[in-house]
Design a protein around this ligand. Structure first.
Ligand SMILES: [Zn+2]
Length: 400
């Protein structure tokens, strides 16, 4: 059986071993060693990575108490093989893992909240607790957990006998019945676990709860420990410094400044819309005053370049709210042409939907509406003039 070096000393970064067995599966080599410091995935902790004889180890797993190291190619020798652990990754896992023990214990001690789920991902770590808590409660747990870190408590792994086990204040019950390994953080927390942890709580560094949400009647807590928390602090600090420089306020004033700008923007948008509407009313009046009349009906045809559809639509409805008027509007942009045909209710002899259906064919488009107003769009931008002329002529013929 492979000797598990990571249990005796979780700080081993490199070691020498012999290859005892090689199994080939799907063009990959699953290698067994006489001893290993590579931690196989388990207990919520991801597998280690690293090198065996300069060949990258992508994954390490345990099956029937055997540890397999997955390699893309075979090492050049079987004896005295140099093995290196990706220490940055492993130490990160150790920080997150012990941080989780401390945080879960703090939730339990302060609020009787039990940890019912744990996930250690490559970006962040989550625990699920079984009851909902307030922001203040969660803030208190975070503060308390960090005091446990700062107290730099000794972390040990013990293998108690079943008698000794009965007298230990375990935070959760072990999943196995033999060789139960308890991770002991001074007398603060006793928890059965098969993972790797630092020797002192201080090595966890900062424990920072990033966010939390209601989850299955309890809560999901997302948090970061050690270097991950530092990295996140750097990111947040850069963001807040940049925002405070853009807004020309102190960092603690950023939220209020953003709220103020956001409110101002809402008011400016409202004002802008009302001014736009006023302008469109003037535009409608001007168009009506200059319109050509046929049989006492004003027909206004116009093509707008790159103008917003809703704006043109509003203009058309303002014009046709005046009696005896008809609009034939086109909107031209780089990749599409649009048509809006409308009339006031007195001009009942014209069905705008029918006129649109015919004229829109010229721009290879589709559309529809009612006898009062119809609209649509097409791809043949260069034929828009022709479509407008067609609709205009058709309307003139009907009303004369
Ligand atoms: Zn653990």
């Amino acid at each position: 059986m492979t000797k598990r070096l990571f249990y005796k000393n979780p700080y081993i970064k490199d070691f020498t071993a012999s290859i005892t067995k090689i199994t080939e599966k799907n063009n990959k080599f699953h290698i067994e060693l006489n001893q290993t410091a590579f931690f196989p995935e388990g207990g919520g902790q991801p597998s280690d990575q690293g090198y065996i004889d300069d060949v990258p180890v992508s994954y390490v797993y345990e099956e029937d108490e055997r540890i397999f190291h997955v390699l893309e190619k075979l090492p050049s020798k079987l004896e005295n093989v140099k093995c290196i652990i990706d220490w940055e990754k492993r130490f990160d896992h150790m920080q997150q893992h012990l941080g989780q023990h401390i945080l879960s214990s703090a939730f339990e001690k302060l609020h009787d909240a039990e940890t019912v789920g744990f996930h250690l991902g490559s970006e962040y770590v989550t625990i699920d607790i079984n009851i909902p808590l307030s922001k203040d409660d969660i803030d208190n747990v975070e503060y308390y957990a960090n005091q446990i870190v700062f107290n730099d408590l000794v972390v040990e792994c013990i293998y108690p006998s079943s008698n000794e086990l009965e007298n230990l204040p375990l935070r959760k019950q072990p999943k196995v019945t033999e060789n139960i390994r308890i991770v002991k953080i001074d007398d603060f927390d006793y928890s059965p676990c098969c993972g790797t942890h630092p020797n002192r709580s201080g090595e966890v560094g900062l424990i920072k709860i990033k966010k939390y949400e209601n989850y299955k009647g309890g809560m999901r807590i997302v948090f970061l420990c050690g270097n991950r928390a530092l990295k996140d602090y750097c990111l947040k600090n850069n963001i807040i410094n940049e925002a405070s420089s853009i807004l020309s306020v102190k960092d603690y004033e950023v939220t209020n400044a953003v709220k103020k700008i956001s409110n101002e923007l809402i008011n400016i948008k409202k004002e802008n819309n009302s001014l736009k509407e006023q302008l469109i009313e003037y535009e409608a009046e001007h168009m009506l005053n200059n319109a050509q009349e046929h049989n006492n009906i004003k027909i206004i045809a116009h093509i707008f370049e790159d103008r917003e559809f809703n704006e043109v639509k509003l203009l058309s409805s303002k014009i046709t709210s005046a009696p005896k008027s008809v609009v034939v509007f086109g909107i031209k942009s780089d990749d599409k042409a649009q048509l809006i045909l409308s009339r006031s209710k007195e001009v009942s002899q014209i069905n705008m939907n029918e006129v649109l259906k015919e004229s829109i064919l010229l721009i290879d488009g589709k559309g529809g509406g009612t006898p009062f107003t119809a609209q649509g769009g097409g791809k043949e931008v260069s034929k828009l003039d022709e479509a407008i002329k067609y609709a205009y002529t058709k309307i003139k013929q009907v009303i004369k």
